[in-house]
Ligand binder design. Sequence first.
Ligand code: HEM
Ligand SMILES: [Cu+2]
Length: 603
Amino acid sequence: MAHEASAHVHEPKSFWTRYIFSQDHKVIAAQYILTSLLMGFLALVLSWLMRLQLGWPEEPIPILSKLFPGLYQDGILKPEAYLALITMHGTLMVFFFITAILLGGFGNLLIPLQVGARDMAFPFVNMLSYWVFLLSCVVILASFFVTGGAAAAGWTAYPPLSGVQKAVPGSGLGQDLWLVAMAIFIVSSVMGGLNYVTTALNMRTRGMSMGRLPLTVWALLITAILGLLAFPALFAGAVLLLLDRHLGTSFFVPYVVVGGQHIPHEGGNPLLWQHLFWFLGHPEVYIAILPAMGIVSEVISTNARKPIFGYRVMVLSICAIAFLSFIVWGHHMFISGMNPYLGTAFMVTTLLIAVPSAIKTFNWIATLWRGNLRFTPAMLFAIGFVSVFVTGGLTGIFLGNPPVDIQLTDTYFVVAHFHIVMGMGSVFGIFAGLYHWFPKLFGRMMNERLGRWHFWLTFVGVYGIFFPMHYLGFLNVPRRYYGFSGYEFIPPDAQTIQAIISVAALLVGAAQLIFLYNFLHSWIRGPKAPANPWQATTLEWQAPSPPPHGNWGPELPVVHRWAYDYAVPGAAEDYVPQTTPVEPAQIPQENGAGKPASEQNGV
Ligand code: HEM
Ligand SMILES: [Cu+2]
């Protein structure tokens, strides 16, 4: 193996090359995880500000004026600041937290370790990808501090609002920085994606056939391909929109009159942006959820002490979901005036996604069925994932139907739907992954008791926040509104519900502080982790915690079996690592171990 010989990379000696400009995938994973957690935390703080306003509108909170002078006046949120808050909260959560931590964080940590490689295929590009990501973080955060404040056209940045400089305060420099930051982010994610795909395909160690790959690697591989195909559409969109804004082109901006003046645009079509945006935007929700699904499969199988049910079908469902995700984007545009026949086509493709999704859910439940369950925090979050995935997925079936969507679009029903399924789904998957692989990454154990508190408060709180929003949606309470006074169709009890939601949001917020404490404290003080604390089978657990530079000793590991040999009859322990050779004599005929992975998937 060519890379085996060249693999004895010299361990970098200086602090700078070791921890800062490192090319080691584990250090880069840690950098991604820490940075994106910080971005997620900022996005969470923004959600508190929104929830305070929505729960108790016009209730002055003087300290907020001191903390955020740009957003508040006399302790009350400025109406235009609310739009900046939703925009930045959504953008930071979707891209800078979830996408970055799943692909940059878990992709970096798990792909090389789980395929038995010493590092990524292109370590330098990998390092570059992190630093470019960090630059995009700086640019997007800088937009809070410029004249007019941060972008305010929503995370979808629809023109003309995002195309016309003077539309709202945030449409100035703030919107420019948003577009530039997104473009930089996309450059970084393409560099990362090339690495993840190449490494998963080409750097697999001896014996690691595709049918033996852990489902996390499958999910990350397919997700990386999705990203490579989808992100460039938004990159193109962002560049064209910048041209519209600054060089007088009219790709997206039609004839618009602002303040009585016709601004110099003519003939652009805002719908073009919607197509470009959602051609990324819909796959993006699967970029956020597929890696979470991979993590959840891994965590459930390990902690149920059972082989994952239906391995091959799990892989096929990931591929099916990924493929379908490219031909459903029109469901975000049902009210754009599209031809009803086209709407029907998008409806059919959208509803088709329910099939592989339901198969996966069935398989997780079948894996849990009669398992020897260990309720570690990771396992709790993985089961929580299945719960929110079902709850949020069901409302997706409603919204996928144009007749229903036309009623509910732009209401809190939509806010409920996407937060539960892609917001909380991804977040639960992320927490499951963090609790599960923290010992491998940092070499220390996290506190399980705090982890369980974190889970239960989050789980209960999340339903407290997002479940009542369905009802608000039925009342037609619109999304992206700063306040609801004076709308006759909204009954007064809607405000009571808003306040309850806000209490739940603050509870969930507090629960995340428990996590933050646990994370930081365990990183410094946690008990030292053994190599394989969960008695898991995949390759990373055969390396020390944390693995040394180059991951493996002089020899690369050799893989002899698939990734889910739990509870193998006749085996000494209830798990058999992938590196353990198969001894035919000891294996009863009816047991699948040792057969090609494709034949032992439990179906
Ligand atoms: C407890 C956690 C969270 C709370 C309390 C929360 C709260 C909110 C609120 C109040 C809004 C604005 C609703 C409106 O006026 O239309 C919003 C919008 C949004 N949130 Fe969250 N959120 C949370 C977590 C997340 C997560 C994890 C994601 C990741 C996907 C996310 C993504 C979004 C997006 C994309 C929007 C839409 C922004 C827009 O309309 O342009 N949120 N959230
Ligand atoms: Cu969609």
